[in-house]
Design a binder for this molecule. Structure first.
Ligand code: NAP
Length: 289
């Protein structure tokens, strides 16, 4: 597929918005749809994108429709609702790519519906948060037909530093849930280390730089250091989304000790109102509860 391919994009959240900017920067024609139309309209004033007011509207102009939505229900809704992607026959060869973090079951279900309609389907969730999305440094995991992956790869190249083909539909979701299981464990581990040190009279200001300089220091510990030090829990990756991912892992057989404990913590933190804050608000939750 050439750089001229037309992309319909659904979902202008924390991730979707910078990803669209990178596609436009790379020369793709992009038309966006978002539930809150104000976000699409604001983006169209900032960069060269078309605005659609229903998912179905994208069918007329898109070679590829990419979804970047919160969860399984949001994705299914935008495909299946009355004015959704499946509501009309695409007038051309169409590939749908779902880059949201959803379950392998949802991917297999939607891929099956696409196959019946002659539409190609890829699951292509991403590792990396808002900053990597802004800097086109995402790691993109891909499941589906390898030939279709090769066709869409120029778009992935505009969004990430690498994309990896992993096998049939659903495999990329499994990879993503595995990555986020580890992400959640590191996130909560960081919070617990700071809480333990503080309880014993050692400040986060002293502890965090030495964690980051040591063998356990990593992207996550470095990225979340300033959040802890500045008491800043504005969401880059909302805690409720991580809780969703660990729930999906649990529903797919994750029953190992640290993961099970993480699941309990995140469900409780979400129930107690911490869900809309960043995932490192697990630090705040564990400190306050
Ligand atoms: P977000 O900021 O919460 O944005 C969610 C998007 O989904 C918004 O465009 C929202 O529309 C739309 N949406 C939600 N429910 C909907 C519904 N029922 N109908 C129509 N639209 C709906 O989420 P995000 O952080 O961009 O994450 C998107 C996906 O990427 C999630 O699956 C997440 O797990 C995954 N992910 C996130 C990160 C991260 O660091 N943030 C990293 C890797 C992967 P409105 O604007 O109208 O609310």
């Amino acid at each position: 597929m050439s750089v001229k391919l037309n992309i319909g994009w659904i979902g202008l959240g924390n991730m979707g918005t910078p990803m669209v900017k990178n596609l436009v920067k790379a020369g793709f024609e992009v038309t966006v749809y978002n539930r809150s139309a104000a976000k699409s309209e604001a983006l169209s004033k900032e960069i060269q994108v078309g605005v659609a007011y229903s998912p179905a509207e994208l069918l007329a102009t898109s070679d590829v429709i990419i979804t970047m939505l919160s969860d399984d229900n949001a994705v299914k809704e935008l495909y299946e609702r009355a004015d959704g992607i499946f509501s009309a026959h695409p007038g051309r060869e169409l590939t749908i790519v779902d880059m949201s973090t959803v379950s392998p079951e949802t991917t297999k279900y939607l891929a099956g519906l696409c196959a019946e309609k002659g539409i190609s389907y890829l699951d292509a969730p991403v590792a990396g948060s808002v900053k990597p999305a802004e800097e086109a440094q995402l790691v993109i995991m891909v499941g589906g037909d390898e030939k279709i992956y090769e066709k869409v790869k120029p778009a992935f190249d505009a969004l990430g530093r690498m994309s990896v083909y992993l096998g049939e539909n659903g495999k990329a979701n499994v990879a993503k849930l595995s990555v986020n299981l580890l992400l959640g464990i590191v996130d909560q581990g960081l919070a617990e280390a700071v809480i333990f040190a503080r309880k014993n009279g050692l400040s986060a200001e002293l502890l965090l730089p030495l964690i980051n300089a040591s063998a356990v220091g990593c992207g996550v510990t470095k990225m979340k250091t300033d959040n802890i030090l500045n008491n800043d829990f504005k969401p880059a990756f909302a805690l409720k989304l991580l809780a969703k991912d660990i729930r999906l892992a649990t529903e797919n057989g994750m029953d190992t000790p640290v993961g099970k404990s993480l699941h309990t913590t995140l469900q409780s933190a979400t129930a107690k109102g911490y869900g809309d804050q960043d995932m490192i608000a697990v630090f705040k939750y564990l400190s306050e509860n």
